[in-house]
Design a binder for this molecule. Structure first.
Ligand code: NAP
Length: 505
């Protein structure tokens, strides 16, 4: 058989996929992907969402005090400013409402399939498509697969002895139980990350006693969080450029922090200045020098996710709030026992212990039967431009290793979705059915990453005691792209399309 007749035979037997694009996850990344695809003229896509509603982390997280910790003009789509944010840092329900609004306004609703829990995805090499299996066995096929699962999806439960022995009420912050009233109860919170920092001041007034179990202190920057009065909202609505200008300012302010993180070697004085500002804030907020000492981070700013708050640290001035820094020995039937043998009795245990950030929640099997997570386990996390991986054709990760940029998830969404959309539309233009990143292009990106990482805070800073989820089991820090937001966005517009092999069709 000649090559031409072979190709014709293959084409004849190649089935059409159910959809051109399958998107997994209907959080902001999935929603943004849907909007971008429609704008690019790609209308045949489905958003598979395992829950019964859209909104991702803003659907799942409803704990008291939930708010965004990036200014809202920045933490939103640039093309869909919301003039009515009630304050600079919007509360959780407002952000969920914004997600609902975007889905409706941009016609994404008909593309969403709720209750569709993806359990596996396998690339069918003969047919040039992804076979996506749902819980229950249904299969959905797509020419392209966009993994928009988010990082704050799977709650992380701490490995502490006796967790199951506790006879009181246990709540993970990502699954808040609104039927359980904390009023007058003795409560323990395990964890002092960005979530606990919002929760603790909010519940301190309500509970009888609060024990906060801290393993690693968090860097906290003062939060400038004014209400946005009606007059300002009206100005934003009538003169949109004023809101645009506000976005530039808030984005610039946030990205200064990122500059210190990714250009740590050169911007060390900036990081030192930020640390000093935080320490002054701590001194003003906490009266007791001994407590202050225990709340002081011993690792460099930026090694792990810092946050903003004006009321977290000062909660520890209260007589009914105890900062516990002795390690937890075990959970008992009635409380928490620390390494010094002391047991503190409680009624409610709150786990503010975060998420399994690096987990992809289902196996993704590419060419030659290679599974992505296993591949990374063996070869360390790698990608091309934080978006694609050789051997996994027509798959885009939003984001993949070294793909997150800036501090606002929306900056990442914008760049990574543009990357995927450019490749998909180019494949269409060429009449190709497969787009796979070339090994050489991938290796070029990873060697650039390798040259840049030593200058970041992760390798250049003092991160040894940070216990940061930015580091994986290999000791690599594949969370953040080692470049500025501006450079990453430019790159998403300009990376050479020939870095992909377009075949089939
Ligand atoms: P996190 O940052 O991962 O914090 C988890 C906390 O639990 C840490 O303090 C951790 O201590 C502690 N912990 C975990 N296992 C423990 C154990 N076995 N014993 C004692 N302590 C334990 O999780 P998070 O606070 O939920 O925040 C997750 C991310 O969500 C943040 O980084 C942020 O990106 C995001 N977030 C964003 C917003 C927003 O407004 N945009 C709001 C809230 C959260 P170690 O530090 O020692 O590991």
């Amino acid at each position: 058989m000649t090559e031409t007749s072979e190709t014709t035979e293959t084409e004849r037997s190649r089935p059409a996929p159910d959809h051109e694009v399958v998107i997994v996850g209907a959080g902001f990344a999935g929603i943004g992907a849907g909007i971008a695809l429609k704008r690019a003229g790609v209308h045949d896509f489905v958003l598979l969402e395992r829950a019964d509603d859209i909104g991702g982390t803003w659907r799942d997280n409803t704990y008291p005090g939930l708010s965004v910790d990036i200014p809202s003009p920045t933490y939103s789509f640039a093309f869909e400013p919301r003039p009515t944010w009630s304050r600079l840092y919007a509360k959780g329900p407002e952000i969920k409402d914004y997600a609902d609004h975007c889905v409706r306004k941009y016609g994404i609703t008909p593309h969403v399939r709720l209750g569709s829990h993806v359990t596996a995805a396998r690339y069918d090499e003969a047919a040039d498509l992804w076979r996506v299996t749902l819980d229950g066995g249904t299969e959905v096929t797509g020419r392209y697969l966009l993994s928009c699962q988010g990082a704050l999806t799977t709650p992380s439960f701490p490995e502490i002895d006796g967790l199951g022995d506790f006879t009181g009420h246990t709540i993970h912050t990502a699954r808040w139980d609104h039927d359980h009233d904390l009023t007058g109860r003795r409560v323990a919170v395990i964890g002092t990350g960005a979530t606990a920092l919002q929760l603790i001041p909010e519940i301190a007034d309500r509970v009888e006693r609060l024990d906060v179990y801290q393993r690693t202190p968090i860097w906290v920057f003062p939060k400038f969080d004014p209400r946005l009065p009606r007059a300002v909202q009206e100005l934003f609505r009538r003169v949109p450029v004023t809101q645009k200008a506000t976005r530039w300012v808030t984005t610039g302010a946030v990205e200064i922090i990122v500059t210190g993180v990714v250009h740590h070697r050169r911007a060390r004085p900036l990081v030192t200045a930020v640390e000093r500002r935080c320490l002054r804030h701590l001194k003003r907020q906490v009266k007791d020098p001994e407590v202050r000492e225990r709340l002081t981070p011993r690792y460099g700013f930026g090694c792990k996710r810092p946050s903003f708050s004006n009321d977290y640290w000062r909660t520890f001035n209260r007589g009914d709030v105890d900062l516990v820094t002795d390690g937890i020995d075990r959970i008992t039937a009635t409380g928490v026992r620390t390494a010094d043998g002391r047991e503190r009795e409680i009624d409610t245990l709150v786990l503010a212990t975060g998420f399994k950030v690096f987990d992809i929640s289902f196996p993704i099997v590419g060419r030659d039967g290679v599974e992505l997570t296993a591949h990374w386990k063996q070869h360390r996390r790698q990608s091309y431009e934080g978006a694609s991986v050789p051997g996994f054709p027509s798959l885009f990760l939003v984001p993949g290793p070294y793909g997150n940029i800036g501090l606002s998830w929306f900056q990442m969404i914008d760049a990574q979705i543009r990357h995927a959309t450019r490749v998909i539309t180019e494949a269409r233009r060429r009449g190709a059915t497969r787009a796979e990143v070339r090994r050489q292009a991938h290796d070029r990106y990873m060697s650039w990453v390798g040259r840049r990482m030593p200058g970041t805070v992760f390798l250049n800073g003092d991160c040894a005691s940070a216990n940061s989820y930015y580091f994986d089991e290999h000791g690599d820090a594949p969370w953040q792209r080692p470049s500025s937001v501006v450079a990453a966005r430019r790159r998403s517009r300009e990376f050479p399309l020939d870095d992909y092999a377009f075949t089939g069709g």
